[in-house]
Design a protein around this ligand. Sequence first.
Ligand SMILES: Nc1ccnc(=O)[nH]1
Length: 437
Amino acid sequence: MTYSFISPPNAGRFVLSNATLPAAAVAGYEAPVVEGLVRADIVIADGVISALLPAGGAPVELAKSDLKEGMVWPCFADMHTHLDKGHIWPRNANPDGTFPGALEAVRADREANWSAADVKKRMEFSLRSAYAHGTSLIRTHLDSLAPQHRISFEVFAEMRDVWKDRIALQAVALFPMENMADAAYFADLVTVVREKGGLIGGVTRMSGDLDSQLDMLFRAAAENGLDVDLHVDETDDPAAETLKAIAQAVLRNRFGGKVTAGHCCSLARQDEETAKRTVDLVAEAGVAIVSLPMCNTYLQDRYPGRTPRWRGVTLFKELAAAGVATAVASDNTRDPFYAYGDLDAVEVFREAVRILHLDHPLNTAARVVTTSPADILGRPDMGRIAVGASADLVLFSARRWSEFLSRPQSDRVVLRRGKVIDRSLPDYRELDSVVGA
Ligand SMILES: Nc1ccnc(=O)[nH]1
């Protein structure tokens, strides 16, 4: 077991008293808010939050764990990951840390190694880490070039079932949109995605064919009842405007499903007016945007011998201000697209606050790894603290933002259905037999 700062009672009914909650991740509770934080007693009965009461207001006869103002968050939602690629770094590193370097290293590794057993072993390792850190909802993209789509979606469906009581899993088929030209492949891909209950995705690129590709994608999605989650404009080239084309295609096709666009880095490289027009179109089309700050700072503006001059992230604040649903997520972990990471939403949040300046004030910042991604993923029942919700909570010693954001919070306690879980992280040595050391 890892060191924990507190040991809540192993009781059917108990109170987490004198807790500090991020108001943005709490529903149906009114109390004075100071920089986005509220005080409360949380009553837990049979694994469910049965009451939210003013701090110190819970019945005295109940077993209590006094948080002494420590924070309590809902379990996290990580809405853009790549569990199929995770942890291949020791086996196939990115030679220079660039985007082309990542593409090539992943291609080589996938073609040589991605059997069902290999994908499963690494995916499980990632899920165990995410679970230990306090995450309960994950969307992963799956590299879906033939024949990998059939292998990875099969493993995903098995993992979704095995993990269903710990982490709710969603999967998106990731493939270059040009490959839709191969009609047999695209039809098979859509079949697999529909059968496994996934989403259709893809990487958009500027080309004369983009609009017709998007029309074909949205038509296939509509006909098969699929939502869409795309990799968009992950480049420093201001001429990359596929986000605009996506918003236009959603409106042109009157697409009724949910659409998410990830990355959208080049938006931050365009002049104000060009970017503003796209932001407004994205809002009108109802496209949700997920920013991947850790991966973006790693891959973007990386040139040999040159210090990066921009942060790589999209216009997060402008999009949010325009009414666009926005969130942040992990993206890659220990693979050629991002050499580091452990699916720890606290790390993602901390880095996002620093990179995107979500601070001063931090009033609603907590939404970006809780309510916002849960809503975008169609799970408004998750990622929030509310009466009637499952007591899936993360307890911290930190009382205020300054304390929370200054340490890794390694001594946090995770409750699932009101019970403390074992937060031990899997040992990297377990992966030596598949990826080497
Ligand atoms: N940032 C990324 C782009 C494409 N594929 C990935 O795995 N990651």
